[in-house]
Structures are given as C-alpha cells and as structure tokens.
Design a binder for this molecule. Structure first.
Ligand code: UDP
Length: 452
C-alpha cells in the first residue's frame, strides 16, 4: 500500500564526514517520523570505495527497523577531471561533481516511481547547495543540513555581511572577529575561508552559497541547545540585561551614539543594543530606508568599545526580533524611543522602561508612561550641546536595573502585564474590537439585502 507520509529526499555530497550524519538524519526521519526517505549519495573517485563499504555496513543499511522506508541510491560516478584543473581545491572538485549529478537527480525525482510518492522536501548538505534549484523546479521545500556546529554556522551566515576590512584585521593583524550573539572568533581558531582571496571565484561562490542558504525553508544543525545555547540572552542572569532600541526608524547623531556607548560601558551592566549608523539631521532617519541599509562595521562606535564590552554586551546591527527579545527572562529593562508599539510590547512582557523619545508623538507617550502609568523613568538631562551625556545614561541604566526605583517600576509593570493579558483575552480591548466587528457585520448584511 502506498504510504501517506511525506517523502523526503536527502543529498549526501562526497566525503564520509558528510555521508555519516546524512545517513543518521535519514534513519531518524524514518524511525522517529515514519517518513519515507531517499538518500542520494554522490561519489567521487577517491571517496567511492569507503562510501560503498559504509553503505553496505549494517549501520547504514539498517533495514531491520526501517520498514522499507529508507532507500539509498548511489549516483553513478561522474568523472570531473576534465572540468577542474589539477591542484584545484577538493571542495571545488566536489561542487563540480554535484553539478554533473543534477540531471540524474532531476530524472530520478521526476520519474514515475518518484511521482507516485512525490517528494515533499529536499535536504542538502553545505556542498550540495547547487542542487537546491531542483527543489524549486518540483515545488518542494528546501533545507540545508549543516553537519558541523552552530557557532560555525553563525560565522558563515555573518560572512557576507562582514566588512572585508574587519576580516583583514582578523587575518592580517590577528584581531578577534566579533560575531553577533557568539563569542568572538580568535585568530588561532579561525576558518580557512578567511584566507581566501575575496576576488577569487571560489570565494565568490562560497558567499553566493551562503546567501542561497539563507533563502531556504530552514537550516538543520548537528548540535543541541545545552551544548550550544542558541543565543547570547540564554547565558545572562535573570532580568540583568538592558535592551536598547529606537524602533524601526529611530536614529541618533554620531556624538549621541558615542555618548550612548560610553553610558552603557560605564554602567557596567549587561546590554543588548540594536545599533544603527548615525544620522546628523534626522531622528527618524531609518524610518523609510531600513530595508536598504547595511551596517557592516559599527565603526561609529568608540574605539575599542566592542572589545572592552564583549563579555557583557551585544551589539546587533540594524534589527532584532524585538518581541522575542523583550519576552526573554534575562531582559530587565528597555531603553526605548517610546514608539507606541514598543511601549505596549514592553508592558505586555512586563519590562520596565527608560523613556528616550525622539520624534512624532513619542514625547507624549514618554510623559504618559512615566507620569501616569508609572512604568518608566525618563531621560531628561540634556547637555548644552543638545546631547544626552554618558553620565545621565549610566545613571539611568543603573536605576532601572539595580535601584529600588527600578524595583518599584518592575512590580507596577508586572501588575499591568496581567491586566494587558486580561484586556487581550476577554476585557476592554476584546470587547471594543467585537463592537467594531458587529458594526461591520451589520453594514455587510444591509448591503447584501439592498443588493437583493
Ligand atoms: N522592531 C523590531 N525590531 C527592531 C526594531 C523595531 O521588531 O529592531 C519592531 C518593534 O517590535 C515594534 C515596531 O518595530 O513593533 C516599531 O514600532 P514603534 O511604534 O515602537 O516605533 P516606530 O518604529 O513606529 O517609531
């Protein structure tokens, strides 16, 4: 009888280090999910012998417990020696082999046997990214399986965004490389890729692959949470971190950014700062252009700031998933521009605020949050040259995270958090929206009647 479970296609690129985890993943999809799985194994001349031995081993075949759901297909050996010159990187040879294997893979997926169990998803390893186009052709989901760890994945994903100057500093001057959310990468531990010539086509292809990887339906990594906690926030103590963000558009002058950086550093508190390049004339400078902006190197920060604060601060360029960040137990305060969405999100998550309004109605919001609702303290002391100084920022951060004032606000906002949940569930907000819905429904029925 034909199986009704999804059929997944895995592509293992040459090399035992890829083949073993791909087979393990296949076996798990079969035994844990009862999925049908076909593994296509690409071979090169030097890898074939070992591959064949491995595939014949009971561990790979594993037919006792796979109920016939696991199919392993060897892609016929393809000689690429006339396509890649002698002395070429082995990775290039593997990628050339994968490219040559694509027609076989396409035919196999489209042939009648496959058609009766049309595959739902294609999973490739890091060297099989060139095969992802086939998933598009057959309307399949596409995933990349990283057979290494999450730290390595983070470095890879950041590489296209990194300023080459920063990589050069790392490689030539042996400076640690800062990767958002991860410990810095020491020169002694760095990856081979950074030694490649950025003008070399192999490097360009590497970058292109990473971009393609980030456009898939998902990335699987061979690790687990306790081994590599997924974000920096997980490692911080409860309510110890100040989250700093000025909404989708807020932008500071360069002098203000420097004072903010110093204020955070001097406070000696933990921080998670969504930073933007400064703009001298427009506090809403990113409002309409955020999507086009890139912030490769925060070179507008004070010299040495990132290195000095690396143990307790995280600077995330341009954008962070704010609601997720605010809901994290380690967040203890929010330095905000008081956009109303940000204010509501902070209240809903019970996070006390430091109000730093910039434009639009944000000063009104700051007034209300501070004076009426009592869930924030407000930055007020502006230096004669129009900038909020580092000392004021230091003191505000300390107050909200450490002082009794911050504790009182925390108690107040936690009460409001409960009331927000009630309003969203059955209370005022729910009822008001129901009233609007009732008016719309009435109008809809009236129009229907008058149209006959
Ligand atoms: N936001 C986000 N990540 C960021 C910055 C902003 O998710 O790095 C979201 C935030 O959660 C909020 C919205 O963008 O929902 C900003 O709206 P708000 O009214 O606070 O400020 P505005 O951007 O309109 O000034």
């Amino acid at each position: 009888m034909e199986s009704t479970n999804p059929h997944i296609v895995l592509l293992a690129s040459p090399g035992i280090g890829h083949l073993i985890p791909v087979l393990e993943l296949a076996r798990r999809l079969v035994s844990h999910q009862s999925f049908e799985v076909t593994v296509f194994v690409v071979t090169t001349d030097y890898a074939s012998v070992t591959n064949t031995q491995l595939l014949q081993s009971p561990a790979a075949a594993g037919s006792d417990d796979d109920d016939g759901l696991l199919d392993i297909v060897l892609v016929p050996f393809l000689d690429v020696s006339d396509r890649v010159g002698p002395g070429v990187l082995f990775i290039e040879k593997i990628k050339a082999t994968i490219l040559l294997s694509l027609p076989f893979l396409r035919t196999e997926i489209s042939n009648s046997k496959m058609e009766s169990r049309r595959p739902t998803a294609l999973v490739v390893d890091i060297l099989g990214i060139d095969a992802l186009g086939i998933a598009d052709e057959f309307n399949m989901l596409k995933f990349v399986f990283i057979t290494s760890n999450a730290w390595f994945l983070a470095v890879m994903l950041c590489t296209p965004e990194m300023d080459r100057k920063e990589i050069d500093e790392h490689v030539k001057n042996r400076k640690p490389l800062n990767i958002p959310g991860c410990k810095p990468l020491k020169f002694e531990d760095t990856t081979d890729v950074f030694f490649m010539d950025p003008n070399d086509s192999a490097y360009q292809r590497y970058i292109y692959d990473i971009v393609k990887m980030s456009l898939t339906d998902g990335i699987l990594v061979n690790t687990w949470d306790e081994l590599e906690p997924t974000n920096w926030l997980d490692k911080q103590p409860k309510e110890s971190v100040i989250y700093v963000s000025f909404g989708s558009g807020g932008t500071l002058s360069s002098q203000q950014v420097i004072e903010l950086a110093w204020g955070l550093e001097l406070s000696q508190q933990r921080f998670f700062w969504v930073s933007r390049p400064p703009n001298e004339n427009d506090a809403a400078g990113s409002f309409l252009s955020l999507g086009n902006g890139s912030d490769d190197t925060p070179d507008y920060l004070p010299d040495g700031f990132l290195a000095r604060t690396q143990d307790r601060g995280l600077v995330v360029p341009m954008w962070a998933p704010q609601v997720e960040v605010l809901s994290h137990p380690s967040i203890g305060g929010f330095l905000t521009h008081c956009g109303w969405n940000s204010s509501m999100e902070s209240i809903i998550e019970g996070v006390p605020m430091i109000a730093w309004p910039l434009y639009a109605e944000q000063k009104m919001n700051a007034n209300m949050l501070t004076e009426d609702i009592g869930v924030s303290i407000r930055v007020t002391r502006v230096e004669s040259y129009g900038v909020i100084g580092r000392e004021e920022i230091r003191s505000m951060v300390g107050k909200i995270l450490m002082d009794h004032q911050g504790r009182n606000i925390r108690t107040r906002i936690k009460e409001l958090k409960k009331s927000a949940a009630k309003a969203l569930d059955q209370g005022g907000s729910y009822n008001s929206l129901s009233q609007v819905a009732a008016i719309c429904l009435q109008q809809h029925l009236k129009t229907k009647v008058s149209r006959g």
